[in-house]
Design a protein around this ligand. Structure first.
Ligand SMILES: Cc1ncc(COP(=O)(O)O)c(C=O)c1O
Length: 372
């Protein structure tokens, strides 16, 4: 098996449900069904026939998704089991062994692992902390060659919360176009901006764009396992053929609830609730970091549910995460799982009291062990 262990997911899967304080969450505290829906909508859901449904996504759901992208119809959309299936299917539809793929780093490392397993070559281009996580376009220019078949972006970015400027997006498109490469744009955090200004999609900027979206992050509905691909009709049809092999379909109840969550007034309500949580929590985290600025540096995110911090303590990030979890009952993401030691990631989309309690435990632990 040529499969790199997907450490970010593996470690979270192992421990997130048993640790007393889990600060590894990368989205917002999820909604309950009761918080999200009216009692009439819930009653209607109980009448749902639990069949397969339309395997590429119900037509009403795909229409809702298509409405997020200018000029798109339901034929431009494939509904998947979470955005992770969307990433998997997109790579398999568009790439073959030997292809080169330029991947934004840091990033949710799923695409990296998939393309390596497929026998492609993954090549990093970076967001630079010294430039407030702006993308290094000079590096991307060097990395993109006629062998490049895909440029993978994550915008807004996991884990930095960086949002590409319009000029950066245009330059990425220009570079992709210059060699005929695909752009795989993971836009799962679109709608989770602190400013309230929704990040533009790559759709419509260039023909060879495939977008990955979903309800797990900006919509705070990861348990629905509802993601999608949006792209040209041929690529979507090819991806559907892969989806027949991977999961056949997302759950029918998720189709129903997802369609409601994507109504314009619901999107507004969901995003406003999440933005409020993010703003409040970020303020608390910024105050905390200020107190520890001699050991922790931090560029605040522009969106998403995470704080990605650089530290100078003499301990590897995996060891720090392990020690905090085993000895103090608090779980944070190690930068190592992004291939970036000396960083930690803390979820700031949690409920405020929970986050503050977790941060308090973290503070005491750091004081005890490192005397900071
Ligand atoms: C950037 C990014 N893309 C995709 C995924 C996978 O999302 P899902 O839970 O919908 O499969 C994640 C999950 O953390 C993510 O952060």
């Amino acid at each position: 098996m040529n499969l790199r262990i997907f450490e970010l997911e593996r470690f979270q899967s192992l421990y997130e449900n048993t640790v007393p304080y889990n600060l590894t969450e990368s989205g917002f505290h999820p909604f309950t069904l009761k918080e999200l829906l009216t009692s009439e909508e819930i009653e209607k859901l109980t009448q749902t026939v639990l069949g397969y449904g339309q395997t590429n996504g119900s037509i009403p759901l795909r229409k809702r998704i298509a409405a997020l992208y200018k000029g798109y119809s339901e034929d431009n959309v494939l509904v998947t089991n979470g955005s992770s299936e969307a990433n998997f299917v997109a790579c398999h539809s568009l790439l073959k062994k030997g292809d080169e793929v330029a991947i934004m780093v840091p990033n949710y490392m799923q695409v990296w692992g998939i393309v390596e397993e497929m026998g492609c070559t993954a090549i990093a281009y970076h967001l630079r902390e010294e430039n407030r996580w702006a993308v290094d376009l000079e590096e991307l220019k060097k990395v993109v060659t006629p062998k490049t078949k895909m440029i993978a972006v994550c915008n807004p970015n996991n884990p930095t919360g960086y949002i590409l400027t319009d000029e950066e997006m245009k330059e990425i498109v220009r570079l992709a176009e210059s060699v005929g490469a695909w752009i795989l744009a993971d836009e799962i955090y679109r709608g989770a901006e602190l400013s309230g200004k929704e990040t533009p999609s790559f759709i419509g900027m260039y023909d060879k764009v495939i977008v990955n979206g979903g309800l797990s992050k900006a919509y705070a509905l990861p348990g629905l396992r509802l993601g999608w691909l949006a792209g040209d009709t041929k690529t979507i049809a090819d991806s559907w053929a892969y989806h027949d092999y991977t999961s056949i379909t997302a759950g029918i109840l998720s189709h129903e609830v997802g369609e409601i969550a994507l109504r314009p007034e619901m999107r507004e309500r969901i995003f406003a609730r999440n933005r409020g949580m993010l703003r409040e929590n970020l303020q608390a985290v910024e105050e905390w970091v200020k107190k520890y600025s001699h050991i922790i540096q931090f560029v605040p995110p522009q969106g998403g549910g995470m704080a990605f911090m650089h530290y100078t303590l003499d301990i590897k990030s995996t060891d720090l995460s392990d020690w905090l979890r085993k000895e103090k009952g608090i779980f944070i993401v190690a930068g190592d799982w992004y291939g970036m030691d000396k960083y930690i990631r803390i979820g700031i989309g949690a409920e405020k009291d929970y986050l503050l309690k977790g941060m308090d435990i973290l503070t005491k632990a750091l004081e005890e062990r490192f005397g900071v």
